[in-house]
Design a protein around this ligand. Sequence first.
Ligand code: ZN
Length: 337
Amino acid sequence: MRRLLATALLTLPLAVHAWGSDGHQTVATIAAGLIKGSPAEARVAALLGDMPLPLASIWADCVKGIAPSQGYTYPAPGKYPACAALETPARIAEMADYVRRNDRQCAIGLDEDSCHKQTHYADIAVQRGRYLPKVTGTRPDDVVGALRAAILVLQGKPSPGQPNFKSQREALLVLVHLVGDIHQPLHVGSVYLDAQGRRVDPDKQGFDRASFTIGGNGLLLDPAATTGSKNFHSYWDNVPEEFRPQHVDAAWLAEARQVRPDAGDPLTWPARWGSQSVKRANATYEGLSFSPRQGDTWHVSLPDGYGARADAIKRQQLTLAGARLAQLLRWVFPRPQ
Ligand SMILES: [Zn+2]
């Protein structure tokens, strides 16, 4: 779920969170399985207390239910069933406290209304082929920058200040979520389209606000041709039944254990994962055709066999995200302490 409030898409049912809550909980369930018995498991439990890792993985999305315009209250409990366990007075107070420090204290991006929301993504033109700082669609507090900030806080080092984390617990809550988001290809790579629905390159041709597709949120799907998603971004957030957290079994964990850990300083990992997602995003846009622009949206048609291709990428990305989250947690929490 991203920036829908700023668009006409507000009228759509907002049942969709990034990766959907299912995807995030699948990533966290894989990671929880892989850190079992390690010092990282104990450190995570010490920070999260009675909040299980899968519930922690959707905290940063449920935080979007806090309304700054209504005194930082949580006006619509029950709206997102997945958030129910976070809707206790103490947990709502914790979410409100985070939003107070991460509301308007940054340079607000395009189509955005709150600092904490824009930490969930970047919008790099797929033509770049990788994550590069300072190109169109990046910010110091984009998903790569926010992950780096969370890692620094968990290492006990000074953070760049955006997002504002008051504690290691808060940094962990956001990190667990964003490792999922950065593996959703449309959270990092984007197409930019002209009025005729042709691809343009904002870094080479100059950025035109009208070419912005809001990370695929502005690409409307013909509902009859899809699994029920209204736009291309939410199509990619949704995961099929067999990828839900309850289907994380020994075989899936074994597969995740085979993922080779990244080399080098973990502070470089988010940009590397982001680069991989830009390449994957390019693949997700392969074979698509776009209508001319209507208002600020385009209609998109998917080629035959697209669903199976998408599911294979989703499965791979969820597995990578779970494995890498576990690797990152083991790295920042090497000792029981
Ligand atoms: Zn998110």
